[in-house]
Design a protein around this ligand. Structure first.
Ligand SMILES: Nc1ncnc2c1ncn2[C@@H]1O[C@H](COP(=O)(O)OP(=O)(O)O)[C@@H](O)[C@H]1O
Ligand SMILES: [Mg+2]
Length: 511
């Protein structure tokens, strides 16, 4: 008889220095169910799973697997006990083939070559059974992320896992792939497997899970059968206060042409997708959302506009003036702001304080400096103002920027970039890695800018975000637009097809 509970965790603690990543986690996962674990970014979800999987040693607490008390000192041990994990960041060897990645290390002691044929057959059977198509001989470095994830899943199945953990698996998938993944997970369940599904997307929990556990600040705040909760309840539990999930988007009348991009062709850099003859306009008071699977020319488009990548052909006009190749700091002075996802790469300087980061890019502005002297008082006042207006939680102005949570770092960038009332805002994944509370705030700020007649180019992998904020949505595929339309004239399915390069009826007019 299989034990009723696949997994019981009680009082688990794991500290990193004084960061209490897990500070008393309780979790009960019934055998043969799909159990969702939700929590904001940094709540401690991955840490918990890593402790279970033998990647971390917990400081205290107990773990029972099918009734047996366990504590693994390595993932190999966890695997041997039937736990499989699909990590948030894939752990594949790029230079090896798909098949090699799947069977690698699964049979320690036995020569891989010896069993190659048998292994291949087993892998083929697994792929066939679950409809997980894979080209087993392709090199991993040549397969897209969605497929890499499929490899990770087959790898877990190949090792015979009975408890399968997926850490934020839907982030890299298009809507159709997400639906497909949910079907596969339900099939695992029918086969008697137990699934732990980690996410911060509440509609996914509602669509898939039997039970849900919410984690906040390293602690379990509660667990429920799915029939007893809804998205609103879960959001409140996650954040610890009421959350407004519905956006109020007023009608605006897009007016003056702010940005015109005509036939943009960018240089190809390091095998990255270039922009291929992209044309579009954005007017004042309008949000143009661009979606696409990552790596379809988003970077080329942004870097082309911001003067960070060579434009080979085409014209970029801002208020009627050509800005091809103008550098970012000049663009700022002209009223173009950029909010980027890669906070610690492009938006902030890790070694700088909150105060220094608050004026980054504007440090030469007359407001702050004259005759090489910084106006300390003005800078302080300005930084304080941003902190207050954008509700940024920071110990002090002198704190290092890295001491702030991701959400607060992002708010600082947004505060800084929007302070000067820009006419054009380029928002690239503005809510990536940001918790629900901050997301709500960022959405409201962007809509406020739209109300104040800014033109906004929104580029994001979060489909819901683009659909709810944008006035028009364009789908990018291999550097070109597959189509564009008003969000209410598009369905998730039609967008998903376009993201996969299939032309549909929903593609509408030119952008
Ligand atoms: N190896 C580590 N060293 C130090 N701090 C860590 C480490 N791993 C995670 N943390 C911190 O622990 C907290 C929980 O992180 P994590 O478990 O990744 O959260 P989640 O997966 O819910 O987003 C965060 O504050 C994170 O910065
Ligand atoms: Mg995580």
């Amino acid at each position: 008889m299989v034990h009723k509970e696949a997994l019981v965790i009680s009082g688990l603690k794991k500290y990193f220095g004084h960061v209490k990543a897990n500070d008393g986690i309780d979790l009960v996962v019934r055998t043969g169910t799909i159990h969702a674990i939700v929590g904001e970014n940094g709540a401690g979800k991955s840490t918990l799973m890593n402790s279970l999987f033998g990647l971390h040693q917990p400081d205290s607490g107990e773990i029972y697997l099918w009734g047996e008390k366990v504590l693994f000192s390595s993932p190999l041990q966890a695997l041997a006990h039937g736990i499989g994990m699909v990590h948030q960041h894939f752990m594949l060897v790029e230079a090896l083939s798909v098949l090699e990645n799947i069977i690698l290390g699964a049979e320690p002691g036995k020569g891989i070559l010896l069993n190659y044929k048998n292994s291949r057959k087993t892998v083929e059977e697994i792929c066939h059974k679950y409809g997980l198509e894979l080209d087993l001989d392709a090199l991993v470095e040549n397969v897209p992320v969605g497929i890499q994830q499929r490899i990770e899943i087959v790898k877990v199945l190949y090792r015979g896992a009975r408890l399968i953990i997926l850490d934020e698996p839907t982030a890299v998938l298009i809507p159709q792939e997400i639906d497909r993944m949910f079907e596969i997970l339900r099939e695992f369940k029918r086969d008697g497997c137990t699934v732990i599904f980690i996410t911060h997307k509440l509609h996914e929990v509602m669509a898939l899970a039997d039970d849900v556990t919410v984690i906040r600040d390293g602690r379990t705040v509660g667990h429920w059968p799915i029939s007893q909760v809804n998205e609103k309840i879960l959001a409140r539990q996650m954040v610890g206060r009421e959350v407004v999930l519905d956006l109020v988007k007023e009608e605006t009348k897009p007016s003056e042409l702010i940005l015109q991009v005509q036939g943009l062709q960018t240089e190809q850099v390091n095998g990255d997708q270039s922009a291929e003859d992209l044309s579009f306009n954005i007017r004042a008071g309008e949000i143009l959302g661009i979606v696409g699977v990552a790596g379809n020319g988003q970077d080329a488009l942004i870097e082309g506009i911001l003067g960070l990548r060579k434009v080979e052909k085409g014209e970029i006009l801002y208020l009627g003036e050509a800005i091809n190749g103008v550098n970012t700091s000049h663009l700022r002075q002209k009223g173009i702001s950029c909010i980027s996802a890669d906070r610690l790469k492009t938006g902030l300087v890790r070694e700088f304080s909150v105060r220094e980061n608050a004026i980054l890019g504007y440090q030469k502005s007359k407001e702050f400096v004259s005759k090489l002297l910084f106006h300390k008082k003005k800078i302080n006042h300005y930084a304080q103002q941003i902190i207050k207006e954008f509700q940024i939680k920071t110990p002090s102005l002198d704190a290092l920027i890295t001491q702030l949570s991701g959400g607060n770092q992002q708010k600082l960038i947004i505060g800084r970039e929007l302070h000067a009332n820009p006419k054009l805002i380029i928002a690239v994944q503005p809510t990536r890695g940001v918790d629900i509370g901050a997301i709500e705030f960022i959405y409201q700020v962007l809509l406020e800018c739209r109300r104040k007649n800014a033109a906004i180019l929104l580029i994001s992998n979060e489909l819901e975000e683009v659909l709810s904020l944008s006035d028009r949505v364009a789908v990018l595929y291999q550097g070109r637009f597959m189509g564009s339309n008003a969000p209410n004239r598009l369905t998730k399915e039609s967008i998903g097809l376009m993201m996969a390069g299939v032309r549909t009826e929903g593609e509408g007019e030119p952008v």
